[in-house]
Design a protein around this ligand. Structure first.
Ligand SMILES: [Zn+2]
Ligand SMILES: [Zn+2]
Length: 466
């Protein structure tokens, strides 16, 4: 029986998750993510698949984050005609996130072309368009957690709750060929235990081959209690003591809803009051509506907090800006506002305007709640840059910067080890993926020394027989 895994992205780097699985009888992808940040990402996003997209039988999508799903429109445009299997919440999220990504691609190409035209250089075409992204919707096949299905003869798949964002899944695959069986487990992105809204990651007992993420494989987040304390301090100190604004760059999906949940919970507990939060992201607003439609993904505390919020709609004021004029109006707010906008790594989107207007003011704060990849504006701010470039303009960083790691949607080293520790026997092959190279290498070492696992860090593009 021959099964091989080829990492087309997300190996020795964090973004671009995409694994080509080839068995004797079928060929499929686990995720089809976009590369983000860094100078190489555009080239990597545009390169061709090593196999014709039309020859891929199906895709298994672990979750809706763009670094796991953002190249689906390109795959379909380039000839893929099979189904994309994912959970119902993931399908709902992707139906808004992919067209939004297509729109961003078109705008970026337009902007680049204006520059190129002036320089007399050759035009670029967008990586894909909003129309390409809309065409993906017809390919979704929704499968709830824990329900086993057969996407191809001899292949059965179960999605297990990964506790990372709404609808996120661990993908468990069993391949049967020539009377033998192989179980492949893909962790997808695993959640941090105790994260708002979603449940904790589902334990897995065994696998012949395991792909495990390692985003924070060398770090330990602060506990959720400390995290909440820090968040209360950042908000209270900025709004009440300093009279400034709090800017929160947030991924539209996941962190944005966690922040809303926390503000509602803290208001319910009487720890914060009279808060107004501006959600300056139509996508985050839509993701919030989708979240509320999927209570099957909630943990128990969330059901309580959302019920309280329904009963006390005025206790926390949530203002959603729609038009760019609404968004621009926020620039004149001098203080008292929490402004949440994307993108999460400050690379694009409306948050750049808010940084431009608030970063240089010492009475304001920036609260960083998500992972910031190398090379992004968010990473520079976290690392304490005194000046940064926003829209080509030098901006001084005078605002307080709070990095609240405990709200990260990603498991830290201890979460990863706790999840791995539930395996009853070591998987035959362990591939450490989805981390900066040095982090993955270190985490593979941790798995070898702590659990005696044979863990390796795969080389992108080289098939691994399992
Ligand atoms: Zn993710
Ligand atoms: Zn990811």
């Amino acid at each position: 029986m021959s099964v091989s895994l080829t990492f087309l992205g997300g190996a020795r780097e964090v973004t671009g998750s995409c694994i080509l699985v080839q068995t004797g009888r079928s060929r499929f992808l686990v995720d089809c993510g976009m590369f983000q940040g860094g100078s190489e990402s555009d080239r990597k996003n545009r390169r061709r698949m090593p196999v014709p997209p039309a020859s891929i039988d199906f895709v298994l999508s672990s979750h809706a984050h763009i670094d796991h799903s953002g190249l689906l429109p390109k795959l379909v445009r380039d000839g893929f005609r099979g189904p994309v299997h994912c959970t119902p919440a993931t399908a709902d999220l992707l139906k808004v996130m992919l067209p939004d990504s297509g729109h961003i691609q078109e705008k970026e190409a337009e902007w680049e072309n204006r520059k190129r035209e002036r320089g007399g250089r050759q035009m670029v075409i967008p990586l894909y368009t909003e129309a390409d992204a809309l065409a993906v919707a017809a390919r979704f096949r929704e499968v709830p957690y824990e329900k086993t299905f057969e996407p191809a003869p001899g292949v059965s798949v179960t999605f297990l709750d990964a506790g990372h964002i709404l609808g996120s899944a661990i993908v468990a695959v069993t391949v049967r060929e020539e009377g033998r069986e192989k179980r492949l487990v893909f962790s997808g992105d695993l959640g941090h235990r105790g994260l708002p809204i979603v449940r904790d990651p589902t334990p897995v007992r065994g696998a012949d081959a395991l792909v495990i993420e390692s985003t924070y494989g060398n770090r330990v987040h602060k506990g959720m209690e400390n995290t909440v304390e820090e968040f209360v301090h950042a908000v209270d100190h900025t709004l009440r003591r300093k009279g400034g604004n709090v800017v929160i760059p947030a991924f539209a999906v996941g962190r944005a809803q966690d922040i809303l949940y926390l503000l509602a919970d803290l208001t319910r507990q009487g720890r914060l009051s009279g808060i107004t939060i501006y959600i300056d992201s139509p996508l985050a607003a839509e993701a919030t509506r989708i979240t509320l439609r999927h209570p099957e993904c909630f943990d128990d505390a969330t059901k309580e907090v959302f019920a309280w919020r329904d009963a006390h709609p005025d206790a926390l004021k949530v203002v959603v800006t729609q038009s760019t004029d609404d968004s621009r109006a926020l620039n004149s707010l001098r203080g008292g506002a929490i402004i949440m906008a994307g993108s999460g790594m400050c690379e694009a989107g409306r948050v750049k305007h808010h940084l431009k207007h608030n970063l240089w003011r010492k009475e304001c704060s920036v609260v960083i709640v998500g992972f910031q990849a190398q090379g992004t504006l968010g990473r520079k701010i976290v690392e304490g840059a005194k000046r940064v470039k926003v829209f080509g303009e030098e901006i001084a960083v005078a605002a307080d910067v709070y990095t609240i790691g405990g709200l990260s949607a990603h498991a830290d080293r201890e979460d990863l080890l706790a999840w791995a520790g539930r395996f009853e026997s070591p998987p035959g092959t362990v591939m450490v993926a989805h981390g900066e190279e040095a982090v993955s290498v270190e985490f593979a070492g941790t798995l070898r020394s702590r659990l005696r696992w044979r863990a390796e860090v795969p080389v992108p593009g080289t098939p691994v027989p399992v």
